[in-house]
Write a protein that binds this ligand. Sequence first.
Ligand code: AMP
Ligand code: ZN
Ligand code: FE
Ligand code: FE
Length: 282
Amino acid sequence: MKFADLHLHTQFSDGTFTPEELAGHGARLGFAALALTDHDTVEGCARMAAACAAAGIEFIPGAELTAEYEHTELHILGYFLDTQNKTLLTEIARFQVVRQQRIHEMVALLNEVNVPLEVESVFALANCKSPGRPHVARALVKAGLVSNLDEAFERFLKKNRPAWVPKAKVSALEGIDLVHQAGGLAVMAHPGLNRTDEIIPALVDAGLDGIECFHTKHSTAASERYLVIAEKYHLLVTGGSDCHGFSKGKPLIGGIKLPYEHVEKLKAKVAERKPAAMNARE
Ligand code: AMP
Ligand code: ZN
Ligand code: FE
Ligand code: FE
């Protein structure tokens, strides 16, 4: 049976693998298709496309956008994005600037509570335009200021902890439009983590295309609940590991194997949109 992983991060955001390493793991594990969904960037897609092509894997260019709906944070996955789309690139560049600024703010807050982390040590690990809290956490571990990543988040980086700084967020409805105008499909990421069930109908009205039913942190019961919701609202079904690198000694990729039939359905929906978009332009 063919299978896919549609939620993956690389060093272009807060993952630890290069695109080539990630594609290599995908090939070793027998994946037919992979999507790259780095946070607020599509910069890694060109290298990931080349690495997947070399490994005989189908590649889907994507991104994971931080969004909010009535003060609830949620993540929107965009798939089959035109990675040259001007509006998309302009919009995500704004988020990247805030992410870079936020690193300085988080380090300043750590220093205020007498944690002597240097901002250079974070940027040495976060050699990308879209850095995030995991880079700060890794720098804290590397400097010996905490013993592991969990401790970094629990003591300092989680919401309501001393070094927590909010990110720039797109409104969920604008996020869906942003993905659509870049030719993509908009999917709600890991709904089981954000407790966002009650906002699903509003997002469906705004044109949400799919929902991530299968995710490393979804229980079997949660996945089943979202499959029922997908059916009820005629949403496409996606799934992925949300691999950021090694977890407990092995790569997280491989833990979720989305049956390929769901990729076929995604492709059918994109194909059915394309002629409509072309007609609209004529
Ligand atoms: P950010 O986008 O900068 O707010 O960082 C969010 C990322 O941090 C998520 O994508 C997770 O990869 C990671 N993360 C969040 N909470 C934890 C945690 N408790 N332990 C390790 N990583 C976490
Ligand atoms: Zn992440
Ligand atoms: Fe996420
Ligand atoms: Fe993710």
